[in-house]
Design a protein around this ligand. Structure first.
Ligand code: 5GP
Length: 114
């Protein structure tokens, strides 16, 4: 898998506004927020996309899904709700080829997406 900006953030080589870190994942504010709260939750393991998830990643993905609502609560999103988005590949709008979960909230989000 090619090196990405997220690998550099994990290693602390470029700065990010980190809101959560543990041994398996990292969460930080998106540099170009699309909502009042826009955080990216990423596995530290370099998985390219949803399409590259394998059976051995099941525990890691479970951990991320348990962690996302905790981060949402920490950021004050639990009461009004929020959206979790994962873009995959070109048609899905994925720009950074390191699996990431967009956590968006702080305003009423529209549906369907563009
Ligand atoms: P994607 O389009 O791949 O689903 O989302 C990639 C996200 O990463 C975008 O929302 C973009 O703003 C964010 N991003 C790209 N480069 C950086 C960076 O250097 N730092 C941070 N914090 N976010 C970034």
């Amino acid at each position: 898998m090619a090196e990405t900006v997220f690998s550099k953030i994990i290693r602390g080589e470029i700065p990010a506004k980190i809101v959560h870190e543990d041994d398996q994942c990292l969460a930080f504010h998106d540099i170009a927020p699309k909502a009042p709260v826009h955080v990216l939750v990423i596995p530290k393991k370099p998985i390219e996309s949803v399409d590259a998830i394998s059976e051995e990643d099941a525990g890691l993905l479970g951990h991320i899904w348990v962690t996302i609502p905790r981060i949402a609560a920490q950021l004050g999103l639990a009461e009004n709700g929020y959206r979790v988005v994962v873009n995959c590949g070109r048609d899905g709008g994925q720009e950074v080829e390191h699996l990431h979960f967009h956590l968006l909230g702080g305003r009423r989000l529209t549906w369907p997406p563009g």
